[in-house]
Ligand binder design. Structure first.
Ligand code: FE
Length: 249
C-alpha cells in the first residue's frame, strides 16, 4: 500500500493518502479545502486517481475538501451514515468495510467527540480522527459531544486493538506524527494509565477551552460536504483562501 501523511498547517490537520498500486486508486482521509490542490497533486504525482474522500466526522475547525475534490476529479464522498448528509455518495457504517483495490478501511463507530464520529482501521494502522489524539483526545463540549461516550469508544473500540497498531490522529499540535495503541494505553494522560471514567469526565469538564473560532462556519459548510461561506470575516478568510484564489471546476 502507498501511504502518505499530509499536514494542513492552519488547523494542524493530518490528511492521509492511501493508495493501491495495482488498481491505481487512492483514498484521502480528512482532506482540508485549503490544501486541496496540494493533496490532489500528491495523488497525481504517485500516478494514482482519487476514488474516495473519507471523513472521520463533521469537523468544526476546518472545511472538508470532499465536495470540491468531487467536482475537480470525480471522487466519491464517503462519510458516516449516522450524520445523514444528503451530499454523501457512500454512508459509512460499522461492519461494512470500504474497499478500494487492496486498501480496506474497517469503520469503527467511536462517538464522544461528535456522536457520528468514526475511526478507520486499515491493517496495522488506525486513523483515529479526534477520538484519540497523541496523548490527548478531541473536546467533548460541542456537536453532541459526550465524555462518557468517548471514554467507552476509546476503551472498547481502540484500546482493544493490538498493542502494535499504529495510531494516526486527525490532529497534532506539537509536531508529533504517530503513536501506537500500546503507547496511548500507557501514556495518554486523559484516557490511559488506568484513568477511570469519573477521572476522565472531570478532566473533560474542566478544560475551560475557548469557543472554537471557526465552528459557526465550518459545521454548516461540512454538513454540505465542504462549502465555504461566501462572506468570511477577514481573520477567518485563510480557512478558505485557496478556493477564493483558484476556484475549481
Ligand atoms: Fe473535530
Amino acid at each position: 500500500m502507498i501511504f502518505k501523511q499530509l499536514h494542513e498547517p492552519l488547523s494542524n490537520t493530518y490528511t492521509y493518502l492511501l493508495g493501491d498500486q495495482d488498481s491505481g486508486l487512492a483514498i484521502l482521509i480528512d482532506p482540508v479545502i485549503a490544501s486541496m490542490d496540494r493533496d490532489l497533486a500528491e495523488v497525481h504525482k504517485l500516478g494514482l486517481r482519487l476514488a474516495y474522500t473519507v471523513d472521520t466526522h463533521i469537523h468544526a475547525d476546518h472545511i472538508t475538501a470532499a465536495l470540491e475534490m468531487k467536482r475537480a476529479v470525480g471522487s466519491k464522498i464517503a462519510a458516516p451514515a449516522h450524520d445523514q448528509l444528503p451530499c454523501t455518495d457512500v454512508g459509512i457504517e460499522e461492519g461494512i468495510p470500504l474497499r478500494v483495490g487492496s486498501v480496506v478501511l474497517h469503520p469503527l463507530h467511536t462517538p464522544g467527540h461528535t456522536d457520528g464520529h468514526f475511526a478507520y482501521l486499515s491493517g496495522d494502522r488506525v486513523f483515529t480522527g479526534d477520538a484519540l489524539l497523541i496523548e490527548g483526545c478531541g473536546r467533548t463540549d460541542f456537536q453532541n459531544g459526550d465524555a462518557d461516550a468517548l471514554y467507552r469508544s476509546v476503551h472498547s473500540k481502540l484500546f482493544t486493538l493490538p498493542d502494535e497498531t499504529l495510531v494516526y490522529p486527525a490532529h497534532d499540535y506539537k509536531e508529533r506524527f504517530v503513536s501506537s495503541i500500546a503507547q496511548e494505553k500507557r501514556r495518554n494522560p486523559r484516557l490511559g494509565n488506568g484513568k477511570t471514567l469519573e477521572e476522565f469526565e472531570s478532566i473533560m469538564g474542566n478544560l475551560n477551552l475557548p469557543y472554537p473560532k471557526f465552528i459557526d462556519y465550518a459545521v454548516p459548510g461540512n454538513r454540505q460536504c465542504g462549502v465555504c461561506p461566501s462572506h468570511l470575516p477577514e481573520d477567518l478568510a485563510q480557512y478558505c483562501k485557496q478556493m477564493t484564489e483558484s476556484p475549481q471546476g
